[in-house]
Design a binder for this molecule. Structure first.
Ligand SMILES: [Zn+2]
Length: 244
């Protein structure tokens, strides 16, 4: 009994929600639309930021039970909050981001909300004289970093789950994947519309149904008789090859 209780506690701990939202507004949601686009200003960028964005947004799409559609939408000359979200390379990174450390922070994101709904966003990429200039990272690490910033733009804060893409420190991550906690977060903000008005929810419980009945005996015999010529032919062919 003790074992069962301990297992139950562990199970519930493993499934605890760890994701947070980007604001403390109790009414915060995501964007009004589930189609969220990013425009890139490539001026001052030392690397191919367009390729970076295209790869980074992809990880947030195709989450079962979420209808989110994040995408790279083209070029911009903006360096300000906008809808679609602006992505640009900032040389005065610390000043622009309210004091982010240029030696440790390669990118930062921010959104504006109205009534809890996000309506514009911005992603800053660090191209300052500091150690965390994006030119100093390999493309895999940068893609993971930018995918994390995209998570903020979608409306997610930092997760306490160290496996999550939205964990505050992604420096040890070497693979761009979503953890269950990231999936929970994006599914909460952008749920799929399977339960929208007028839709039926076909909820399965097939594991509790009796197994299907076996085929009638006559049908089984007929199948065996039909397969007999095939078996003979295969045997004949095998024999022919053996003789070669
Ligand atoms: Zn973050």
């Amino acid at each position: 009994m003790v074992k069962i209780i301990l297992t139950a506690i562990l199970f519930s701990c493993l499934h605890a929600q760890a994701f947070t939202l980007i604001t403390t507004n109790p009414n915060q949601t995501g964007w009004a639309s589930n189609e969220i686009t990013f425009l890139v200003n490539t001026a001052n960028c030392p690397i191919d930021v367009v390729a970076l964005m295209s790869n980074a947004v992809a990880v947030w799409n195709n989450v079962a039970h979420s209808n989110i559609k994040a995408s790279y939408g083209g070029a911009t000359t903006s360096t300000a909050y906008a809808n679609p979200t602006t992505v640009y390379c900032e040389a005065n990174f610390s000043a622009a981001t309210g004091g982010a450390d240029i030696n440790f922070v390669p990118a930062a994101a921010s959104v504006h909300t109205s009534g809890g709904t996000i309506y514009e966003g911005i992603i800053y990429l660090n191209v300052s004289a500091g150690q965390a200039n994006i030119a100093n990272f390999d493309s895999n690490v940068l893609t993971i970093t930018v995918a994390h910033e995209i998570g903020h733009i979608l409306g997610l804060g930092h997760s306490t789950d160290a496996n999550a893409l939205m964990y505050f420190d992604g420096s040890y991550k070497d693979k761009l994947t979503l953890a269950q906690d990231d999936i929970d977060g994006v599914s909460y903000l952008y749920p799929s519309d399977e339960f929208k008005d007028g839709h039926f929810a076909g909820c399965g419980s097939v594991a509790h149904l009796p197994p299907p009945p076996p085929p009638p005996k006559g049908l089984l015999l007929l199948t065996l008789l039909m397969l007999l010529p095939v078996a003979v032919a295969v045997r004949f062919r095998t024999k022919s090859y053996e003789n070669i």
